[in-house]
Design a protein around this ligand. Structure first.
Ligand SMILES: NC(=O)c1ccc[n+]([C@@H]2O[C@H](COP(=O)([O-])OP(=O)(O)OC[C@H]3O[C@@H](n4cnc5c(N)ncnc54)[C@H](OP(=O)(O)O)[C@@H]3O)[C@@H](O)[C@H]2O)c1
Length: 241
């Protein structure tokens, strides 16, 4: 079985790669690959393949085309791609703070890129055997659970992600009967993404990346194709869209 981690340099990406590196060492996986905009980290186990991309969709696509030419078949893909804050672009608390370019950037990275990657992955996903594509999402992307408001762009782009994956799941049921598509909320995890907001988190509610990676992998283990398109909490329970 060949697994691929996309967005392998972020907090959760690194931890997921380390988690699945153990599965590779134990022989549960035959191949493990990683994609990232960052260079291969020094000292990474050389049995792991590393594909550096520039962040443009066409660059990810080139790698998928290369894998297809090599007749690679993927049984598992985890994408951690997502952003919440960068420089002056901070989550919007009020409608006056909305900025068109920032909103577009949320949708581009949190929703459009993940579904376009799924399009590119389609030819190399296992068709006859069980397989999964898990994209990390966010509980704040639940429309029915939104009680607090704020964070317009992040919430809306993660809600769009849920709709895109749910829609794809309906279509893929015809061609990839054993495929599970999933959007998984990792829980609040100690990474660069959550750093500016950690003071407000209640004691015991901030998890290490290693802890969250193990929980995400557990949710993935329990996925069933009949639930494809689901939106999951880190403990394996369903989240409402
Ligand atoms: N940390 C939390 O508390 C938390 C809570 C809820 C949901 N999440 C979700 O979990 C996922 C991982 O988050 P994290 O905490 O590990 O954050 P992180 O350390 O900032 O990692 C984010 C990842 O997204 C990729 N990425 C960011 N901007 C990108 C862009 N413009 N183009 C392509 N790739 C981009 C990066 O991939 P490269 O390897 O290519 O740099 C990076 O690995 C995100 O989708 C986030 O929304 C996190």
């Amino acid at each position: 079985m060949h697994y691929l981690i996309i967005g392998a340099s972020g907090g959760l990406g690194q931890a997921l790669l380390q988690h699945y590196a153990k599965s590779l060492a134990q022989g549960e996986l035959t191949q493990l690959s990683a994609m990232s905009r960052q260079a291969r980290p020094a000292g990474l186990d050389d049995t792991i393949s590393w594909y550096q991309v520039n962040g443009d969709l066409s660059d990810y696509q080139q790698v998928f085309t290369q894998l297809e030419a090599e007749q690679a078949v993927l049984h598992g893909v985890v994408s951690t791609i997502g952003w919440l804050h960068q420089g002056d672009w901070q989550p919007e608390r009020r409608i006056e703070a909305l900025d068109e370019a920032q909103l577009n950037a949320y949708f581009a990275v949190n929703a459009t890129l993940p579904i376009m990657l799924l399009q590119g992955l389609k030819p190399i996903l296992a068709r006859k055997e069980p397989a999964f594509v898990a994209q990390l999402g966010a509980k704040v992307g639940s429309i029915s659970d939104n009680q607090l408001g704020g964070w317009y762009g992040y919430r809306a782009s993660k809600a769009a992600l849920n709709m895109l994956f749910k829609t794809a799941a309906i279509e893929f049921k015809r061609t990839h009967k054993k495929l599970s598509l999933a959007v998984i909320h990792p829980g609040t995890t100690d990474t660069e993404l959550s750093k500016p907001f950690q003071q407000r988190i209640a004691d015991g509610k901030l998890f290490s990346a290693e802890q969250s990676a193990a929980r995400i992998a557990q949710v993935i283990n329990n996925l069933d194709p009949s639930d494809s398109g689901g939106f999951w909490f880190w403990d394996g329970s369903r989240l409402p869209y």
